[in-house]
Design a protein around this ligand. Structure first.
Ligand code: AMP
Length: 112
């Protein structure tokens, strides 16, 4: 079973910061910034490529929860980056759609 589905089902440990019937947010196990969280839908959607119109509200909720947890972690003023890696060139390694929420340091643009 997908590791993020297992985290959402509480079968695999994670530092969960928010959850509801649709969405779970937790700290990334290998943080790339002082604050690095992931926001996932409970529904197993492989990547943005597989998302459909039926997932529109769910993906919107993922973004709103990203904003909520970022602000709860004190990133609202300094800012943060929300990233959805999709496919090999973007380095997607877990095939359950997830939004990275990164903050607590300055970040360059364009990303690497
Ligand atoms: P991506 O490379 O965009 O697919 O991102 C996957 C992210 O999931 C990486 O930043 C990993 O560090 C993170 N990750 C993998 N396994 C776990 C886990 N068990 N708990 C929390 N984060 C994880």
């Amino acid at each position: 079973m997908c590791i993020f589905c297992r985290i959402a089902a509480h079968e695999l440990g994670a530092r969960i910061v928010y959850e509801d019937d649709d969405v779970v947010a937790f700290h990334d196990v290998h943080p790339q910034a002082p604050t690095h969280m992931l926001v996932i839908p409970r529904k197993h959607v492989v990547s943005l490529n597989e998302a459909t119109e039926a997932d529109a509200a769910l993906l919107g909720k993922v973004l709103l929860v990203a904003s909520k947890v970022a602000q709860e972690q004190g990133l609202g003023g300094s800012g943060y980056r929300v990233v959805l890696n999709t496919g090999p060139n973007a380095g997607q390694s877990v095939f359950h759609v997830h939004a990275h929420v990164l903050g607590g340091r300055g970040m360059g643009w364009p990303p690497g």
